[in-house]
Design a protein around this ligand. Structure first.
Ligand code: F0G
Length: 460
């Protein structure tokens, strides 16, 4: 019998390293003041472990870098485009593949061509740029995730699932003509990186088909979603993750994709679909701002990096390591008694600031307070996903708070080692130990849309 070992190790060696500058708490205090207590305004050099996002922050493989050297920079008909197109079509099965410089460009083009003012777009949960792009075209972005998906403590294995009864009710209420498309975000980023089951996708597919409505995936983290299906959904354990991913795409009529996540690339994305007429209009729109349809705002070498990334990301040694590294941080934070979104998600650990800081009301932004403190104490940069990001002005004054007050610790792909994560867990536990001392914030200055990127705050 061969020996079996329990430790799941990184399925790679490190060939190139990037130094981290260690700042002191006094330096970080000054940096916070200059940044208006908005972590988006920090210089990345002033951060020790950067968990702001898993988007575009991953490490590329030797094969991706090699592909970049092979990139064909021809304006039209580049060889790199055809490689990209072939890989995306093998994976997704969609007829038309339109490269874009990142996910939100795909969203902007799709919605500009598919939506009219007054339309309604149901989605499990819209990501912030997706919501902003829907609203920009005068349509309503409606979140219809299952009830468990809004409860941090609920242990449902597929908390990203769409509430299909609400989908049916919405279509009946507003009328099929005002619902030009339905989106499903895999994994459900704003709801905790939680997956959508294959069974749920099949039901949403059936409902859309019955009403003749297109179903589009926001597929940024499709491979992580496929891995959760393999591990958590009855009857799926024997299937290769890539096979599950292929089925997910085949249940949809199209997808928007940010290659900065499960494309394992630093930039890029695509819009893909089967509808010939919509694709023609989207390509024309693309030419206005992104570029010719065989590069769409990307360099030929980016297309190579994405094509290779889309092959590597469904490797099961990689996916097992990826899921385990998120779960590892999740377990340490959970053991320290910090309330968090359960069960572990695919790309991040989400701390429940409402649970940890009950003395800070939502109007004083508890998740902002917690994320600032993680930076101040240990140089760890996270992101607020709460009322700063999703709060809405109430008609007649005041604000409607977000459903949850979360702090996301997003893990870049193939970047940090276990000791970096041990350090993060130690910082989180130390801040949680003195949670009572944390205070709220007020917004000193903010733009009307997507304010979390640029708002400035003052401590209360
Ligand atoms: N959809 C989802 C679910 C996302 O998470 C993102 C980006 C996008 C669309 C937009 O893609 O950034 O390439 O334009 N999420 C990043 C994050 C920014 O930090 O979660 P993009």
């Amino acid at each position: 019998m061969p020996l079996r070992f329990r430790t799941i190790i990184e399925p790679f060696r490190i060939k190139s390293v990037e130094p981290i500058r260690f700042s002191t708490q006094e330096e970080r205090e000054r940096a916070l003041l200059a940044a208006g207590y908005n972590l988006f305004n920090l210089r990345a050099e002033d951060v020790i472990v950067d968990l702001l996002t898993d988007s575009g922050t991953g490490a590329m493989s030797a094969e991706q870098w090699a592909g970049m050297m092979r990139g064909d920079e021809s304006y039209a008909g580049s060889r790199s485009f055809f490689r990209f197109d072939e890989v995306v079509r093998e994976l997704t099965g969609f007829r038309h593949v339109i490269p874009t410089h990142q996910g939100r460009a795909a969203e902007r083009i799709l919605f500009a061509e598919a939506l009219r003012p007054g339309d309604v777009v149901p989605n499990n949960t819209h990501f912030d740029t997706t919501r902003a792009n829907v609203e920009h075209d005068g349509a309503e972005a409606l979140d219809i995730v299952i009830a468990e998906g809004r409860e941090p403590a609920s242990e449902h294995p597929f908390k990203g699932n769409v509430d299909v009864a609400r989908l049916e009710e919405t279509i009946a209420r507003v009328g099929r003509d005002r619902v030009p498309l339905v989106m499903v975000t895999v994994t459900n980023n704003s709801g905790g990186g939680q997956p959508v089951s294959l069974a749920n996708l099949r039901e949403v597919h059936a409902a859309c088909e019955r009403h003749g409505i297109s179903l589009l995936l926001d597929a940024c983290r499709f491979a992580e979603n496929a891995w959760f299906i393999k591990r958590r959904e009855p009857g799926q354990a024997h299937r290769p993750a890539r096979d599950i991913a292929r089925e997910m795409f085949r249940l949809a009529d199209g997808a928007t994709f940010s290659a900065k996540k499960d494309g394992l690339s630093n930039i890029g994305g695509f819009l893909a679909m089967n509808d010939d007429d919509l694709a023609r209009r989207c390509r024309n729109n693309l030419i206005l701002t992104e570029g010719f349809p065989t590069y769409g705002g990307l360099a030929g070498y980016d297309l190579e990096a994405i094509a290779q990334g889309l092959i590597e990301v469904t490797d099961e040694d990689y996916l097992q390591y990826r899921a385990r590294s998120v779960e590892y941080l999740w377990e340490k934070v959970d053991r320290a008694g910090v309330p968090l979104v359960r069960p572990p998600g695919g790309h991040a650990v989400y701390l429940d600031a409402k649970g940890l800081l009950p003395h800070i009301p939502p109007r004083e932004f508890p998740a902002q307070s917690l994320s600032v403190e993680l930076y101040r104490a240990g140089g760890v940069r996270s992101v607020e996903i709460g009322s700063v990001m999703f709060g809405k002005p109430r008609p007649g004054g005041g604000e409607e708070p977000a459903a949850m007050e979360l702090v996301r610790l997003a893990i870049p792909r193939r970047v940090y080692t276990q000791s970096h994560i041990d350090y993060v867990a130690e910082v989180v536990a130390a801040v949680a130990d003195r949670a009572r001392e944390l205070r709220g914030y007020r917004i000193a200055d903010a733009p009307a849309e997507l304010r979390h990127f640029t708002a400035r705050f003052e401590p209360l």
